[in-house]
Ligand binder design. Sequence first.
Ligand SMILES: Nc1ncnc2c1ncn2[C@@H]1O[C@H](COP(=O)(O)OP(=O)(O)O)[C@@H](O)[C@H]1O
Ligand SMILES: [Mg+2]
Length: 410
Amino acid sequence: MAITALIADSKSVSRQELVGLLGRDRAIEVIGDSREGQETIEMARSLRPNVVLLDGGITSPDAVTVVENMQLASSETAVIVLIDGVNIDLVRRLMRAGARDCLVKPVGVDDLLNTIRSVHHQMQKQRAALDAGNADAQMASGQMIAVYSPQGGAGKSILAANLGVALAKAMGADQSKGRVALVDLNLQFGDIDLMLNLSPDNTIAGLAQKSSSGLDAELVEQYLTVHEESGLRVLVAPSTPQHAESITVYTVEQVLDILRGSYQFVIVDTPSQLQDTTLAALDASSMILLTATLDLLALHKTRIALDMLRQLYVPEKIQVVLNRANSDTGISIEEVEESLGVPVRLQIPSDGRTVVPSVNEGKPFVLSASQTPIARRVNDFALELLGRETSSKNGDQANKNVGFLKKLFG
Ligand SMILES: Nc1ncnc2c1ncn2[C@@H]1O[C@H](COP(=O)(O)OP(=O)(O)O)[C@@H](O)[C@H]1O
Ligand SMILES: [Mg+2]
């Protein structure tokens, strides 16, 4: 594609001369010419040329002001100024204002063409670097997923632990592209370390002590415990409930922010109480997995929580997970969806034979029993989050019994 140029010169003779000269080069297309400063700025704003060839003697306003305004008018435009004699002071002012190059008249044709080409090339390179930087920044800012439920025993921690391990395992080969962290925000009675059979040297309580003097990624990293089998990094909850008090919402906000900056996925396991630290995690997350089980009291609480979360966040952020979805409770998935008014995003089957030994031995079932339906469901969900193909179709056979929820929710 030709380099587009705008020519700005108050003197019509030299303007015409430049237009004719550049017009003969097929790599350059003159898309306009102007005779005054303000006219030049306005034309650049509407035409967005790659290059403005600006006469240093231009007036209303002068060349330095035109160059200064060019950044705002058309940031992708490079300005080359043609000046009448070697005037270091003027050159410095022009360059400081943002001119790309200055040439002293009379300028040889080759010199002029080479300068236009090289300035344009530089601009393209800079733009590419900027785009790549933006893409990196987007990659670097990870996705935070909070697992929440107003109900104890809904399966939050089991889901958080297994999802974290599943993601870390799935990303194993390309750890360079990002990693997975899991934060146990059950500050009083965290159990992720037991579920993953970890022997942590440090917990979030230690980080809380450091937090008043400021945390950074390197320090936070030192407080994570590695789950060797998967590569998942875990920020473990305090070992005793007394420590919970020392962990402020400020610490939690800082830690989550830092982790999101250095991990591609951050999974946060939360307690059922809506304390300020839990809310901080829900705020910081881009997805909340609202976990429910198939019983009336649980669904009642889930609906209250859903109503509250909907007032705080955009609807897409809140995704309902139905755990123990095939339990024989006489409540169907359709009824759940109807009563909650949202579709169930993920159904996890009930499977005590897999889950109980997995918890007791500290071996996440997505690794230790990866062929069971429950493990496949969580592994598939992880792949879905990664935007990859899954092995099976999501969707349990719904229980057709109806009636219970209608009584409760009308
Ligand atoms: N899909 C499931 N199948 C069988 N048992 C389950 C399932 N999900 C959870 N459980 C049982 O429920 C218990 C509580 O799960 P947990 O993840 O600790 O709940 P929460 O973190 O929401 O309090 C587990 O120890 C396990 O015995
Ligand atoms: Mg839990």
